[in-house]
Each structure stands twice: as structure tokens, then as C-alpha cells.
Design a protein around this ligand. Structure first.
Ligand SMILES: [Fe+2]
Length: 272
């Protein structure tokens, strides 16, 4: 019976994703029109710069890709330095509208750009502290994951209603019977609980990536401790590449035309 129940590590029962009580147990939400279009255009530009930076970063163990760390628990001390860091704080407003981050012990967020060509597949995985997994074989998850889609093309995000316990050794349930599918759409935004099994397979794309184009997402995960270097790297001011928008006060942010979106739910078998 253990394996037939979605075990919820941590504090999530107390803090479901905002406004999702009674809806998929607070595991997933979709919002459309998340950001002002002008703000999103700046994110588009910074996305290419940050993706280039990560691709050219020093080699990390097991060929993992660097991600970037930002404290969010003391905005007075940790000002956003460019538009993507401003987006992190905008997402914080949506995710923790009443200061829930403090109760959850959220200290910051890890951000990175996924830039995928036509054939790039994101295999099924759990988001985790990659340095801790590589160095200590310990599996720790973010509390939440969030995805901002910058375009309309490419693989959908596919999430199983499944997590893993006992340091990654026991998946619950053993076979997921509920699957959620979110197709990319510009300015669509997803919140998922941070410990769900997920991937992105181009074979399932509603609109495949045309040759020479890319699927682009801004991924931000939220943590109740500081995930380890070197995989979760705090960019120093001197490491910031040129081209990032340095003055973020007046570049917009969340759209006031946001509305709740939907997602496909697929159910196989009776074991929900
Ligand atoms: Fe992921």
C-alpha cells in the first residue's frame, strides 16, 4: 500500500500550490499571459545570452549543465541584476503571495534556460540538487519547480503523478497511472511540485521544432536550502555577460491579464 500512495515528503500538505486546493492535490497549475509582452521580449534576449553562457561553462561532473543561484529571502540585500533575476522575484510573488516562502523556509531559486533543438529529448527525471547527487549520492528536491515557455514549439512537459522516496530508490506509485501534459505556448507558466517525475519528449510535440529553431523555456526551481556549487552557481558580478539588461526597475514584469490555464490529464488503469 505504501507503493500505491503518493507519499508527500516535506510540508506540502500544509502548503499546496496556491489556489489549487482540491485540484490535483496542489501538484500542478498552469497560468496563461504570465508576463507583460515587453518584459517577455527582454527575457527572450537574455535567454540566448544565459543559454550561451551555460553551454560554454567549464565542464561539470557527469556532463551536467550549470544552473544559476539567487537568494530570494532578503530582497533588500539581493537585488535582481538583470531581467531574468527580476522574473525570479515576479514568480515569487505568484508562488508565495502571502509570504508562504518564509513558512516553508524557502531561501532562494535556481534559474536556467532550456534551449532545445528539434531532436533534443529531456529524458524522464527528478529535478534535484545535482552536485549533492554527484558528490554524496544524496537526492534532494526543490520545493517547487516553475517553467515559463518562451515559444509555441517543441516538446510538451510531461509530468507523472509519481515521486520517489528513500533517497531515490523507491518510486511511488511504482507505476504512475496519471500523466499531465503541458504543451509549450508563449507566455504560458507552470508551477509543479518540486519532486514530480517529468520529462519532455519531442515525439509528443503538438508543433515540432522546425529545423534551425529552438524550444526555449526559463526554468526556476525553489529551494529550502542552498543547493551546492558548482552545479548551482552564484554568478558573481564580474561573471555577468554583456547584454543583460542591467536596469530592471522600469522594464515591466507580471501581466495584469493573467488567467488560469488548463492542461491535459491522461489516466491509464484504475490506480489513482
Ligand atoms: Fe526537470
Amino acid at each position: 500500500m505504501y507503493a500505491d500512495t503518493l507519499v508527500i515528503p516535506g510540508l506540502h500538505e500544509k502548503h499546496p500550490i496556491p489556489a489549487t486546493v482540491g485540484n490535483n492535490e496542489g501538484l500542478l497549475t498552469v497560468t496563461e499571459n504570465m508576463y507583460d509582452e515587453d518584459f517577455l521580449k527582454i527575457i527572450d534576449e537574455e535567454a540566448q545570452i544565459l543559454a550561451d553562457l551555460a553551454e560554454n561553462w567549464q565542464a561539470l561532473p557527469k556532463s551536467k549543465r550549470v544552473t544559476f543561484w539567487m537568494r530570494t529571502d532578503d530582497p533588500a540585500k539581493h537585488q535582481p541584476r538583470f531581467a531574468v533575476e527580476k522574473a525570479v522575484l515576479e514568480v515569487k510573488k505568484i508562488l508565495f503571495p502571502n509570504g508562504e516562502d518564509k513558512e516553508l523556509g524557502i531561501v532562494g531559486a535556481k534559474y536556467w534556460i532550456q534551449r532545445r533543438s528539434q531532436t533534443d529529448r529531456v529524458g524522464f527525471h527528478y529535478d534535484k540538487d545535482e552536485a549533492m547527487a554527484s558528490d554524496q549520492s544524496i537526492m534532494r528536491f526543490p520545493v517547487y519547480g516553475t517553467i515559463s515557455y518562451l515559444g509555441d514549439i517543441g516538446a510538451p512537459t510531461v509530468l507523472y503523478k509519481q515521486t520517489v522516496v528513500r533517497n531515490g530508490n523507491v518510486e511511488v506509485p511504482r507505476v504512475p497511472s496519471v500523466t499531465w501534459v503541458v504543451q509549450p505556448r508563449r507566455n504560458r507558466f507552470v508551477i509543479q511540485r518540486g519532486d514530480l517525475h517529468h520529462g519532455a519528449d519531442p515525439a509528443l510535440a503538438a508543433q515540432p521544432v522546425p529545423p534551425g529553431q529552438q524550444r526555449l523555456t526559463l526554468v526556476i526551481t525553489w529551494w529550502n536550502y542552498t543547493p551546492l556549487e558548482p552545479n548551482a552557481h552564484r554568478l558573481s558580478d564580474s561573471e555577468l555577460p554583456p547584454g543583460l539588461v542591467k536596469s530592471v526597475a522600469d522594464i515591466g514584469g507580471l501581466s495584469d491579464k493573467r488567467y488560469r490555464g488548463s492542461f491535459e490529464e491522461l489516466t491509464i488503469g484504475g490506480n489513482r
